[in-house]
Design a binder for this molecule. Structure first.
Ligand SMILES: [Fe+2]
Length: 293
């Protein structure tokens, strides 16, 4: 079960930022895809206080692998982010290595997160890139190889078995666009999803569910299609942290009109090492992407 965190200025807003919908719908969008695409039903409603309380209290363990957090990007990080975006939109397209070098040069992540590497494993955070998504999309991620929507999914960069996914890396994603975006999630961790499937359908698929996260997602919703799906609104100038290797999730731009822009890092981020130090408001509190491509 995930637990929710928020920077101090956003704790009181969590109730209005969260909404719930009643499970998934299935679409087959591409013949090249191995699995049909799972989309949220998008009948979004406000979350009730009892559920919010459960998310805030969380399960027994409060670790990186089950923490979803919403934070305001500190004021002093706005200038380097805007410098980076100005560089990004100047001239021609840039590849991820060029972007990574510039991001390092401007030391953007360090303004948000104070640990250059994970103390225990010495793993350095990876700059994942600048993501652009189309407006008003129920699910934002595109599988470029087959040019089709990915739908609700579990990431697999660390290639861990379901029982170990809580140890996978997590991400920080900063909304640098001009409108709200949404992080959609299902609150059961991968290991819980596997247990629920096996308890309902017998143990013979245990090995496959341990190693194939696409099968895990698909089987889960075949059995429990009305499991509530949640989303958290991330406004411009805010970021979320989430264990995307361990929970089913997706980005959404539903209801927006402008292109969606975010900057993403991947690493072993610890909520308690985020920087929240607030400096005097210079009158332009929300980060805006000044130049849209
Ligand atoms: Fe993902």
């Amino acid at each position: 079960m995930i637990h929710l965190r928020a920077s101090d200025d956003l704790v009181e807003q969590l109730a209005e930022r969260l909404s719930v919908c009643e499970g998934v719908r299935v679409e087959r969008l591409s013949d090249k895809a191995d699995y049909p695409v799972l989309m949220p039903r998008d009948d979004w409603k406000p979350i009730d206080q009892e559920t919010l309380g459960k998310f805030i209290r969380g399960g027994a363990r409060r670790v990186r692998g089950n923490c979803i957090g919403l934070m305001s990007i500190p004021e002093y990080a706005h200038a380097p982010i805007l410098s980076f975006l100005e560089w990004y939109f100047e001239g021609g397209p840039k590849d991820v290595e060029q972007c990574s070098r510039e991001e390092h040069r401007l030391d953007v992540l360090r303004q948000i997160y104070d640990a250059p590497e994970c103390p225990r494993t010495s793993t350095r955070p990876i700059f994942f890139g600048v993501a652009r998504n189309t407006p008003d999309a129920s699910c934002a991620t595109i599988d470029r190889e087959i040019d089709s929507l990915v739908g609700l999914h579990i990431d697999n960069f660390d290639n861990l078995p379901s029982s170990q996914r809580m140890r996978g890396r997590n991400r920080i994603s900063a909304n640098v666009g001009t409108e709200s975006r949404y992080f959609i999630f299902m609150p059961h961790e991968a290991a819980e999803m596997a247990s629920l499937i096996l308890a309902s359908s017998g143990q013979e698929d245990a090995e496959r569910l341990e190693w194939d996260q696409r099968e895990l997602v698909w089987r889960f919703f075949e059995l429990f299609p009305r499991t509530p799906i949640y989303r958290v609104e991330v406004r411009p100038g805010e970021a979320y942290m989430a264990p995307t290797e361990n929970i089913m999730h997706e980005g959404s731009t539903l209801g927006t009109t402008a292109d969606d822009w975010s900057i993403v890092w991947f690493g072993e981020f610890d909520w308690d090492r985020l920087r929240f130090r607030q400096e005097p408001d210079d009158g332009d509190a929300s980060l805006r992407l000044r130049r849209q491509a």
